[in-house]
Design a protein around this ligand. Structure first.
Ligand code: NDP
Length: 323
């Protein structure tokens, strides 16, 4: 077990964490970034990105994150692979513990642990997770070449996943619980124009059907319920993608930092400061509204500048106390 002290610790390596790392490195603060379970964050499970400014041609999400990580390393960020399992933010220095047993203490902390996919919570969904039920079309879509699949949800993610899946699958159902999509208009237009996609409006996934007599469990169909007529339809297919939104990765900070009812960290207005001095939050962990890579990067920059100011004030106060 090792104990190390850091001026700036950054938790999470998505767009927010890596931007905070680039800025705090360039400010001479020598930050240490601890990767979580998904290095590179949610952008590593997307494919085409055409809305990150500066790239006139379509780029790939994982490539963009590799570039950001490289940039952070080039300016001096120290990267550590560890899963933080305990946090004590009620004392100074702030204290974190990794699952390796290593202890990290810090003068300031930038939390950019992001968010993760939500599940419907059905028993059959859980049973076939990894065997035909997935939350990431870009990770698993390839396995459904010339097969029939479904996507659940009506937001940008669901529509993007449905469109992406048409590259592989022979047919894609989009199951949405209302008669109107939440996704942006341009994506809706693409979805509705795609001959391979059929939208099942006012519908919910009732049950995942599968079989377990082969070498591995496998999805063979689904029951879909129309919420207006209560009619249940059986549909044969091979894969189901759940795309119903995300939940923030904030469990570590329960009872320590102020959160909203969904668990997103609450920061001060026009700031990334949390209610604990020296602790800042950036990216999707504190943003349930915009949730874009570019806004995550923006708040990562804000957190870095605010951490820099906080540390400068701390140093000035220490100096004054010593005189
Ligand atoms: P959203 O929260 O936007 O959408 C979730 C969808 O899932 C909604 O249509 C919702 O239905 C549905 N849903 C939620 N819970 C259930 C449930 N229990 N059963 C059935 N359906 C359910 O999440 P997304 O992941 O799509 O997007 C998150 C954010 O990321 C958004 O701000 C989005 O704009 C952004 N994003 C942007 C992209 C881009 O710009 N290229 C790509 C992907 C995401 P209902 O509509 O009825 O509430």
């Amino acid at each position: 077990m090792a104990i190390s002290h850091h001026k700036v610790l950054i938790l999470g390596s998505g767009a927010a964490g890596l931007t905070a790392a680039i800025y705090t490195s360039r400010a001479g603060l020598g930050p240490t970034l601890i990767h979580g379970m998904q290095p590179g964050g949610q952008m590593t499970i997307t494919t085409d990105v055409e809305n990150f400014p500066g790239f006139p041609d379509v780029i790939q999400g994982p490539w963009l994150m590799e570039q950001m990580q490289q940039q952070a390393e080039n300016v001096g960020t120290v990267m550590i692979d560890n899963l933080i399992v305990e946090a004590d933010l009620k004392q100074k220095p702030l204290k974190l513990k990794g699952d390796s047993g290593d202890i990290y203490t810090a003068d300031s902390l930038i939390i950019s642990t992001g968010a993760q996919a939500k599940w419907l919570g059905m028993e059959s969904e859980q049973k076939y997770q990894g065997f035909g039920v997935s939350a990431c079309a870009t990770c698993d879509g390839f396995f459904y070449r010339a097969k029939i699949v479904a996507v659940v949800g009506g937001g940008n993610t669901a529509v993007e996943e449905a469109l992406y899946l048409t590259n592989h699958a022979s047919k894609v159902y989009l199951i949405h619980r209302r008669d109107e999509l939440r996704a942006e208009k341009m994506l809706q237009d693409r979805l509705l124009a795609n001959q391979k996609i059929e939208v099942l409006w006012n519908s919910v996934l009732e049950e995942v059907i599968g079989k377990e007599d082969g070498p591995m469990p496998e999805v063979t169909g689904m029951k879909v319920k129309n919420v207006q007529s209560d009619e249940i339809t059986d549909i044969e297919l091979s894969g189901i993608f759940i795309a119903i939104g995300h939940q923030p990765n904030t469990e570590l900070f329960t009872d320590q930092l102020v959160m909203d009812e969904e668990g997103y960290l609450i920061t001060k207005p026009d700031s990334t400061a949390t209610d604990i001095a020296g602790v800042f939050a950036a990216g999707d962990v504190q943003d349930n509204k915009y949730r874009q890579a570019v806004t995550a990067a923006g708040t990562g920059c804000m957190a870095a500048l605010e951490a820099e100011k906080y540390l400068a004030e701390l140093a000035a106060a220490d100096l004054a106390a010593a005189e």
